[in-house]
Design a binder for this molecule. Structure first.
Ligand SMILES: Cc1cc2nc3c(=O)[nH]c(=O)nc-3n(C[C@H](O)[C@H](O)[C@H](O)COP(=O)(O)O)c2cc1C
Ligand code: SF4
Length: 569
C-alpha cells in the first residue's frame, strides 16, 4: 500500500508534492471549503480521500477537518523541555492569552529559542528572552525583528562548522575543482574512500558513517536518486541546525551538492520544520545565490516546509511526509539508500553532517594538511571531527559552541561560565537522550563512545540544565506526555506504552495512585525492546537515568521501596 502511494506521489515529482499542497491549502483562503479542496487533491493525486485525510490529520499545524485544537492560531507558546525547565512559560502564556484570547493561543514544541527561553510565536514569527515585554508592538507588527541574542563560540584553532563564509563564489570553487579532478566512477569511489577515512559519522543522533551511506546510494542502479537534508530538528533544547541554516546555509548546500555529485543524484531536498521560519527564508536566499553562480552542475535544490510533527525527524517518516502519506515510520530494510523518496535510492543526512563536508574535502592534494587528515585527527579515533553543542538558557554563556570530539564535558561547562541557577542534572541529546546528574558529568567527553559507555546518549548534543526546583516526577511525566503526543502510532509498545506511562506518573503526582515499580519496569522494558523506532525505544533511557540517580526524590511516589530495579542493572 505504502509503496503504491510512493509511486503515485512520484508521478507528480518533487515540484508538485501533495504534502506542500496540503500546507499551502491550509494556509490559504479560510473561507474556502476544505473538504472540497481535499477532494480535488485526491483526484489530482489519484489517491483516496481517506489517504489525504489520514495525512493531513497527523500534523499539529494542519486543519484536520474536525477543528484541530492547535491549527491556525494567532500565537503559540513553546512547551519544549528547555522552556519548561526555565519555568518561563506560565507568564508567557498568561500574557499571550490576555492579549489574544485563550482560543487564539496554541502550543508548539520547540522553537529552538532555548538559549534565551521564554519562547513564543506570533503570526509565524518567533520570539524569546525579553521579547514578551514588547508584546504590544509585536501584536501589531509581528515581523518586527526579534531581539534574540546568543553566543557562538569555537574552541578549535580552526573553526569547521562555525567558520564564516565571506565569499560565496570562492567557497564553491572547491566543487568546481573536485568535479573536474574526480570524473570517473572509480575516481568518485576514491573520494568516498577519503570521506570514510575522515571518520565523519552522522550528526542526527545515530552516528552512522556518512561515507558508507553515500557509497551504498552510489551502488544502487537507478535513473532517479535524491539527497535529503533532515532539517526537522525537533529535539527540545537543540538549535544547532537552526544556527547552521540561518547563518551558514552554504555549508549545508555544499555538502548536499557533493553528495549528489558522488552518488548520481540530481535533486537535493531540504525538509525544514515550520517552526524555523527564518531558517527557511535564509536557505531560500542561499539557494538563489547558488543558482546565480551558474556552476557547471545540473543539481537542483528544493525546500519542503514541515507542518509540526516530531516523528518527521525519523528518516522514513520524513520521506513519507514529503510524499504526502501519513508520516509513520517504515520497517528497515529496505534502507533509504535502497528505496527512499518515491521509492528511489536516497541519502538522508542531518544538517550538521552536510555542513562538515567542505572542510573535509579541502586541500585534498596536501597530504599532511588535507581536510581529511585534520578532521580524523580530531577526536578519539572513533568519533572524529568537531561537534556543535546547543547550550540552553541555564548556562551563563548560552548559545552554540563548536568543540573537538573528545572534549571533556566539564571543560564545556567551565567555558560556558557555569550556570545561572542551581542545576541538578543535564538533559543531553533531546527527549531520547540521557539525564546526567551533576555528579556524573566528570566522566563524560563529547563523543558517541563516552556517552554510551556511561549509560547516556550524545544524540544531537543539546544540553538542557534541569534546575533543583524541577521535580523529577514531573519531568518524567513530561517525557511520557511528549512521547504520547508525538508517537506515530505504528507500534503498540510506543503508542499505548507512552500513554500508560503518562497516566502512571500523572496519577502519582495527583496522589490518586502510587506507582508499582514492577509494572513500571515491565512497561519500560516492553517499550525499549518492542518499539519499532527510537522514539518509543529511546524514551526509557532518560527515565531509567532519573530512576537510578534521583531515587531519593521519587520514593514517595512508589508503592514499594526498591523503585528502579531495571535501572540499577
Ligand atoms: C524519533 C526520531 C527523531 C529523529 N529526529 C531527527 C532530526 O530531527 N534530525 C535528524 O537529522 N535526524 C533525526 N533522527 C535520525 C534520522 O532518522 C536519521 O538517522 C538521520 O537523519 C540520518 O542522518 P545522519 O546520518 O547525518 O545523522 C531521528 C530519529 C528518530 C528515531
Ligand atoms: S516507536 Fe513510536 S514513533 Fe516509533 S514506530 Fe513505534 S509508534 Fe511510531
Amino acid at each position: 500500500m505504502s509503496k503504491n502511494l510512493s509511486q503515485l506521489a512520484r508521478r507528480q515529482g518533487i515540484d508538485n508534492t501533495l504534502f506542500q499542497k496540503l500546507v499551502v491549502t491550509d494556509a490559504g483562503d479560510k473561507s474556502a471549503n476544505l473538504k472540497q479542496q481535499r477532494q480535488t487533491l485526491a483526484k489530482e493525486f489519484l489517491m483516496g480521500e481517506a489517504v489525504i485525510h489520514g495525512a493531513a490529520s497527523f500534523y499539529d499545524f494542519l486543519d484536520d477537518g474536525s477543528n484541530n485544537q492547535n491549527a491556525n492560531k494567532k500565537a503559540y507558546v513553546c512547551n519544549g523541555s528547555s522552556c519548561l525547565c526555565a519555568q518561563t512559560q506560565v507568564n508567557i502564556k498568561e500574557k499571550l492569552v490576555d492579549k489574544f484570547g485563550a482560543a487564539n493561543v496554541g502550543h508548539i514544541t520547540c522553537l529552538g529559542r532555548c538559549a534565551e527561553n521564554g519562547a513564543f510565536q506570533v503570526d509565524e514569527h518567533n520570539f524569546s528572552g525579553t521579547d514578551i515585554n514588547n508584546l504590544a508592538v509585536i501584536a501589531n507588527e509581528a515581523d518586527t525583528a526579534s531581539n534574540e541574542h546568543y553566543q557562538v563560540r569555537c574552541t578549535l584553532p580552526e573553526p569547521i562548522l562555525s567558520a564564516e563564509i565571506s565569499d560565496v563564489a570562492k567557497y564553491y570553487q572547491l566543487f568546481n575543482e573536485l568535479s573536474k579532478q574526480f570524473v570517473t566512477r572509480e575516481e568518485h569511489e576514491q573520494l568516498l574512500d577519503k570521506l570514510v577515512e575522515s571518520g565523519l559519522r552522522g550528526r542526527g543522533g545515530a552516528g552512522f558513517p556518512t561515507g558508507i551511506k553515500w557509497r551504498s546510494c552510489l551502488n544502487e542502479q537507478h535513473n532517479e536518486k535524491y539527497i535529503v537534508c533532515n532539517a526537522d530538528e525537533g529535539d527540545a533544547g537543540a538549535f544547532s541546525d537552526r544556527y547552521l541554516l540561518e547563518q551558514r546555509p552554504h555549508a549545508v548546500l555544499f555538502g548536499m551538492l557533493m553528495s549528489g555529485f558522488l552518488t548520481g543524484a540530481k535533486i537535493g531536498v531540504l525538509y525544514i520544520r515550520a517552526e524555523y521560519p527564518v531558517a527557511i527564508t535564509q536557505t531560500e536566499q542561499a539557494i538563489s545565490e547558488f543558482e546565480q553562480l551558474g556552476l557547471a552542475t545540473d543539481f537542483n535544490f528544493k525546500i519542503i516546509k514541515g507542518a509540526g510533527a516530531y516523528i518527521c525527524g525519523e528518516e522514513t517518516a520524513l520521506l513519507r511526509s514529503i510524499e504526502g502519506q501519513r508520516p509513520v515510520v517504515s520497517v528497515r530494510p529496505p534502507f533509504p539508500t535502497q528505496s527512499g523518496l518515491f521509492g528511489c535510492p536516497t541519502v538522508v543526512n542531518n544538517v550538521e553532517t552536510f555542513g562538515s563536508i567542505h572542510y573535509i574535502f579541502s586541500n585534498l592534494s596536501e597530504n599532511k594538511n588535507s581536510g581529511v587528515e585534520k578532521y580524523k585527527n580530531l577526536g578519539n579515533g572513533k568519533s572524529t571531527g568537531s561537534k556543535l553543542l546547543s547550550l540552553d538558557g541555564s548556562f551563563t554563556h548560552s548559545g552554540i559552541i563548536e568543540v573537538a570530539m573528545g572534549t571533556p564535558l566539564t571543560e564545556i561547562i567551565e567555558l560556558a561560565g557555569g550556570f545561572t541557577k542551581d542545576i541538578k542534572a543535564l538533559h543531553i541529546g533531546g527527549p531520547l537522550g540521557g539525564v546526567v546528574p551533576l555528579g556524573e558529568v566528570h566522566k563524560l567527553t563529547i563523543d558517541f563512545e563516552s556517552f554510551a559507555q556511561n549509560g547516556f546518549l550524545l544524540g544531537h548534543a543539546s544540553i538542557i540544565g534541569v534546575p533543583e526546583s524541577m521535580k523529577m516526577i514531573d519531568y518524567i511525566a513530561h517525557l511520557f506526555e511528549f512521547t504520547a503526543l508525538e508517537s506515530c502510532g505504528k507500534c503498540y509498545p510506543c503508542q499505548i506504552g507512552a500513554v500508560r506511562g503518562q497516566e502512571m506518573f500523572e496519577q502519582a503526582v495527583s496522589g490518586e495512585q502510587l506507582i508499582d515499580s514492577e509494572l513500571l519496569n515491565d512497561l519500560l522494558e516492553t517499550m525499549q525492546l518492542g518499539s519499532l523506532c527510537a522514539l518509543g525505544g529511546g524514551v526509557p533511557l532518560p527515565i531509567q537515568n532519573i530512576l537510578k540517580y534521583f531515587e531519593h526524590e521519587l520514593t514517595p511516589y512508589f508503592s514499594d521501596k526498591e523503585i528502579a530495579e531495571g535501572a540499577h542493572s
